[in-house]
Ligand binder design. Structure first.
Ligand SMILES: Cc1cc2nc3c(=O)[nH]c(=O)nc-3n(C[C@H](O)[C@H](O)[C@H](O)COP(=O)(O)OP(=O)(O)OC[C@H]3O[C@@H](n4cnc5c(N)ncnc54)[C@H](O)[C@@H]3O)c2cc1C
Length: 301
C-alpha cells in the first residue's frame, strides 16, 4: 500500500513517517527546507517542493494531481494541513477522517481511532477513507538506516486566495512539543508572581514551562504557544508535571501520551489524580520549594 505524507512542519513529517512506515510504502512531499532532513525516516522518495506553499487551495490541487499514484494520503493536522486536507477530499471525492491517532488497513477498509467529544472518548471507525489528517505527538520520531531518493517537484497550481496583508505573529520560538520534561501550571498558582518559583523548578529539571488554558489564553501569564490541551498543543514528554491543574478532559487531551505524569494539587478529588503516575496532595507553594531543595541536595540538576 502506497501512501503520500505531507506536513508544513518538519517535526510533524518526521513523526508521521516514523508512525506509518511499517504499515505503508511511504513517500513524503516536503517543503524545500525540510527535504534533506527527511531522508532517513523510511520514505522511498522525498518529493522536495521548489518553494513553500501556504495557500491551502493550490496545495490541495497539487496533491490531488499526485493522489492517483497513492492508496492513502496522510496530512499533519496543522492549521494549513487541516484546511488543505478538506479541500483535497472535495477535489478528489475521497472520504477524509480527521485527527486520527491510529490506523490499520484490513480488507480494503481503514480502521481508525480519533479523540471524540472534546477528548472525552476515543472513536473507533471503519471506513473507505483515503485521506487522513494525523494528530501530533503520537510517537517519538526515529530514523532508519535506509536512505531515501530525493526528487524536485514544482507546484504550478494557482491559488484563488488573495493575501491582503501579512502580519508576523509574535513568536516566543518555544516549541513545547519537543521538550522531554514539561512543568505545567494551572489556575491553582493563584497569582502571576507564583510562576517564578515554578520556573526555578523547570530550570532545575531542564524542562519547559507550560500551562492550562486559563494561564495561557485567559490571563496571558504564559505565552499561548505554551498552552497544553485540546485548543493548545499536544505533548508527549518523558515527564509531565501538572501543578495546580484540575485535569479537565480538555487539558488531559493534550498530555495523555506523556510517559510519566506527576501531579500536585491541594484537592485530593481533583481528576488529574486519575491521570497521573505520582500524585502529591498539598499546597503547591509548600510542595514546590521542598522539591527544589530536594533536587538541589541530591545534585540532580
Ligand atoms: C472547547 C474547549 C477547549 C478547551 N481547551 C483547553 C486547552 O487546550 N487546555 C486547557 O488546559 N483547558 C482547555 N479548556 C478548558 C478546560 O475545560 C478547563 O477549564 C481548564 O483546563 C482548567 O484549567 P486549570 O486546571 O488550570 O484550572 P481549574 O480547573 O480552576 O483548576 C485549578 C486546580 O488547582 C488546584 N489548586 C488551587 N489552589 C492550589 C494550591 N495552592 N496548590 C495546589 N493546587 C491548587 C485546585 O484544586 C484545582 O484542581 C477548554 C475548554 C473548552 C470548552
Amino acid at each position: 500500500m502506497r501512501a503520500l505524507l505531507f506536513s508544513d512542519k518538519l517535526a510533524f513529517s518526521e513523526m508521521m513517517a516514523s508512525l506509518l512506515r511499517d504499515g505503508f510504502d511511504i513517500d513524503i512531499l516536503a517543503f524545500p527546507d525540510h527535504a534533506a532532513d527527511l531522508t532517513g525516516y523510511g520514505a522511498k522518495e522525498i518529493k522536495g517542493m521548489e518553494k513553500e506553499d501556504y495557500a491551502a487551495d493550490s496545495l490541495a490541487d497539487f496533491i490531488a494531481g499526485m493522489s492517483k499514484d497513492y492508496d492513502y494520503i496522510f496530512i499533519g493536522a496543522t492549521v494549513l494541513g487541516r484546511e488543505a486536507a478538506t479541500m483535497l477530499s472535495a477535489l478528489t471525492g475521497n472520504v477524509m477522517k480527521s485527527e486520527i491517532t491510529k490506523i490499520e488497513i484490513s480488507g480494503g477498509k481503514a480502521r481508525t481511532s480519533r479523540l471524540y467529544y472534546g477528548g472525552k472518548t476515543v472513536l473507533e471507525e471503519e471506513s473507505d477513507a483515503k485521506i487522513f489528517t494525523v494528530s501530533q505527538g503520537l510517537v517519538e520520531p526515529s530514523r532508519t538506516a535506509a536512505s531515501s531518493k530525493t526528487t524536485k517537484v514544482v507546484n504550478q497550481k494557482t491559488s484563488k486566495i488573495t493575501v491582503g496583508e501579512k502580519i508576523e505573529k509574535p513568536s516566543t520560538s518555544v516549541d513545547i512539543t519537543k521538550a522531554s520534561v514539561i512543568v505545567s501550571i494551572g489556575r491553582g498558582i493563584g497569582k502571576k508572581e507564583g510562576i517564578e518559583k515554578i520556573k526555578e523548578l523547570a530550570t532545575l529539571l531542564h524542562g519547559e514551562l507550560a500551562g492550562s488554558r486559563p494561564i495561557c489564553s485567559d490571563y496571558h501569564w504564559l505565552e499561548v504557544e505554551r498552552q497544553v490541551g485540546l485548543s493548545g498543543k499536544t505533548v508527549s514528554p518523558k515527564i509531565y508535571m501538572a501543578i495546580g491543574i484540575s485535569g479537565q478532559i480538555q487539558h488531559v487531551a493534550g498530555m495523555r501520551n506523556s510517559k510519566t505524569v506527576i501531579a500536585i494539587n491541594n484537592d485530593k478529588t481533583a481528576p488529574i489524580f486519575q491521570e497521573c503516575d505520582y500524585g502529591i496532595v498539598g499546597d503547591l507553594y509548600s510542595v514546590v520549594p521542598l522539591l527544589i531543595n530536594a533536587i538541589k541536595q541530591t545534585g540532580q540538576s
